[in-house]
Design a protein around this ligand. Structure first.
Ligand SMILES: [Zn+2]
Length: 380
């Protein structure tokens, strides 16, 4: 339990049995060291965040002169926890972004099982369809994707680089969306692929997703083809930081700004009106004052050549390729299907709806990833 102290510029926290007295800046640096995207740190982060809110409220309200290290009665932990838990996707809504489709056929599961077990060095490439079952929307799914349900469009790279107003809009929306986006959990498909890696089945995993859910599930040999929403880079120098650190930085530049939105796009972007964005300050790079950008390959930008070369090499090393939860409409992913075909590597596709590579696949299954992958038994 956080308590306020006499003098009101410090906060006392009990940590591992010890009572610590922290100033505002010590508290902030403690928060910055944590990565709240990692579930295990979540409770600790929430505790520190509560302490910070308490200090902020004390500063706003003036000195209420508590006489001793007094526990704050109005600090209702149960209410707070409920509010924090509201950041997690509601289990009832989790399938909101998964397109309608029939249950997987048993024979399809068997055919994919055969395909996977015949492979000794399987390359897996995943797309947004993996994460819709975690509650994250995609762009293209029929009827439920962002393009079908919203007029909101993803930011274009050149707009972001050239226009301060676009950067301001982007970061304001991303700042509002992050507390929810950062806490999405991996689903059974992510966990299954992590298990396959542990069994030596997956030679390499490539994902088009920026949500870090494969990492959260425990996969290690991953290439994030389009970067990650969990990292931030400077466009001017080589400074990088974690996205949770960026949240703290933005917060410090916007102590009195807040906005809310219910909509969520695939990269933590939410819909805000121009009026809501008014007064939002974009923090500059702490190292050089330049412009900060999430380490995501935006639309209109290209995947770095060394990443493409690396993935091509992985295609070369593997003996077959599985595409899961991707329509391969974007060339950055499709080109590896073409490479696999050139090199005579068998291709299997698991996706709801048609994909650009259906014609060159040995096996195509029209089903939900979470309905098929966990049913696959590995026998070697
Ligand atoms: Zn910089």
């Amino acid at each position: 339990m956080a308590t306020k102290t006499k003098g009101n510029n410090c906060i006392m926290l009990r940590e591992k049995g010890k009572l610590l007295t922290l100033t505002q800046s010590e508290l902030k640096s403690k928060m910055m060291k944590l990565s709240p995207c990692i579930k295990v740190n979540y409770q600790q982060y929430v505790r520190l965040r509560k302490a910070k809110l308490l200090l902020d409220s004390l500063r706003c309200c003036g000195d209420v002169a508590p006489s001793k290290n007094q526990a704050v009665g109005s600090w209702n932990v149960a209410d707070e926890q409920e509010k924090d838990l509201a950041l997690f996707p509601n289990p009832g809504e989790i399938n909101k972004f998964v397109p309608q489709c029939d249950p997987a056929r048993e024979e399809d599961v068997k055919r994919l099982q055969e395909f996977v077990n015949c492979s000794k060095r399987l390359l897996v490439l995943t797309g947004a369809g993996m994460s819709t079952e975690s509650g994250i929307p995609d762009y293209r799914s029929e009827g439920v994707g962002l393009y079908a349900t919203s007029t909101n469009r993803p930011v274009q790279y050149h707009d972001f680089v050239k226009k301060a107003e676009i950067r301001r809009r982007y970061w304001a929306r991303n700042y509002v969306g992050w507390p929810k986006f950062g806490y999405f959990h991996p689903n059974i498909s992510h966990i299954t692929l992590a298990n396959w890696e542990k069994h030596g089945k997956v030679h390499w995993l490539i994902t088009q997703n920026v949500d870090a859910l494969h990492y959260k599930a425990g996969s290690k040999n991953i290439t994030e083809l389009h970067g990650s929403a969990h990292r931030v880079m400077c466009l001017n120098c080589d400074h990088t930081m974690s996205r949770p650190d960026m949240q703290v930085l933005i917060e410090s530049y916007n102590p009195n700004w807040s906005a809310q939105s219910d909509e969520m796009a695939p990269d933590a972007d939410v819909q805000l009106t121009p009026e809501q964005i008014e007064g939002f300050n974009v923090p500059p790079c702490p190292s050089c004052g330049g412009n900060l950008k999430p380490e995501i390959t935006f639309f209109g930008d290209n995947v770095a050549k060394h990443v493409v070369d690396f993935v091509r090499q992985k295609v070369d090393e593997c003996d077959s390729v599985l595409f899961a939860g991707t329509s391969l409409q974007v060339y950055s992913g499709y080109r590896f299907a073409a490479t696999a075909q050139d090199k005579n590597k068998p291709i299997a596709i698991l996706n709801i709806g048609p994909t650009r590579a259906d014609k060159i696949a040995q096996l195509k299954i029209n089903a939900k990833c979470g309905d098929v992958l966990p049913k696959i038994k590995l026998w070697r």
